[in-house]
Ligand binder design. Sequence first.
Ligand code: ACO
Ligand code: OAA
Length: 371
Amino acid sequence: MTANTGLEGVVACSSAISSIIDGVLTYRGINIDELAERATFEEVVFLLWNGRLPKRDELETLKRELVENGSIPDEIVTLLKRLPLRTTHPMATLRTAVSALAAFDPEAEDNSEEANRRKALRLVAKVGTLVAAISRLREGKEPLMPQPGLSYAENFLYMLKGEKPEPVAAEAFDKALILHADHELNASTFAARVTVATLADMYAGVTAAIATLKGPLHGGANERVMAMLEEIGDLDRVEAYLDEKLAKKEKIMGFGHRVYKNGDPRAKHLQKMAEKLSALTGNERYYQMSVKLERLMLAKKGLKPNVDFYSATVYHSLGIPRDLFTPIFAVSRMSGWTAHILEQYANNRLIRPRAEYVGPQNVRYVPIDQR
Ligand SMILES: CC(=O)SCCNC(=O)CCNC(=O)[C@H](O)C(C)(C)COP(=O)(O)OP(=O)(O)OC[C@H]1O[C@@H](n2cnc3c(N)ncnc32)[C@H](O)[C@@H]1OP(=O)(O)O
Ligand SMILES: O=C([O-])CC(=O)C(=O)O
């Protein structure tokens, strides 16, 4: 047995949710480019869960249900208030809060398909409220709950900032949610599937997924992209910064991908959005630095941006604090994780690979007084 570190190229399950074939990403067979241009996040959520686009009445029902299920229990707000929010990373807080939600869901241990679909709805509905609440509570403000008549994207920005967003902001945020919603067997989705393949509950699965998304090689990269742009600080410093990092063999956050070797199809949408939003804010410095980084990374390393690269400038232009970028990724990806969990339960087998043993053999136990 020889280990395939990183499981590169290993096909570990079959899935009908999203595909990456020849660099083209689809959700349920629909090209992400089309969804990014034409769909709403709620349509995408329905699509991921049901395998088809919703009819008008189905979409209205989902939108209403997302608002109705979007409030979080008072006990969770109390729990959040007891955590040292200013010194805890919001991804760690989110992981704790989502896990704690199970305690207030009477169906948490009911693993029937109907109960799991209801839990998926509740999780997607509440995760946005939670992230916004974490942000407000650490600023000493009370959390806000979603308002009827607002879309998921509008509600998130409303709950974060306390006022209804401008249409251009809501539209951009909605598109960002669409672009992050699912991505085949990425690390966090795999973690969710491994967890529920033991027949652990859905909350266990999404908690594992949030924990996995946090790392800088995965969703945590978007926050690091912003930190890098802030550290560089000036267009004239981009090349020197890059050369120094590359000389030290350090990774440049937001570049490269395990599956896409010729560019991430989501990046171009985020780049266009970053360009538009930064022009609107009148602060194009980070966008221009990003464009320069992209050009230099291609020339020096042959690497292209992934989804986490321009999303940083998009969120920054929307006035979102840097450490909320990865929690926002989780808000969107909750739709994909729950779809994958439902799919895993529907055709389950324990996921249990092998390890190549490389440690010593035939070692004798030595009594403690002889060591
Ligand atoms: C939502 C997402 O999860 S998208 C990914 C977000 N993560 C990042 O942006 C972090 C930066 N990128 C990376 O670390 C990697 O490209 C990953 C983790 C995304 C993919 O990694 P892998 O498929 O394991 O590729 P691996 O890390 O082995 O890289 C292959 C080669 O390219 C280099 N490379 C890959 N990405 C980068 C990068 N961002 N900066 C510099 N060099 C890089 C590696 O150093 C390695 O070079 P070597 O062969 O000379 O040692
Ligand atoms: O697929 C991956 O490895 C990472 C990624 O781009 C995602 O999760 O969106």
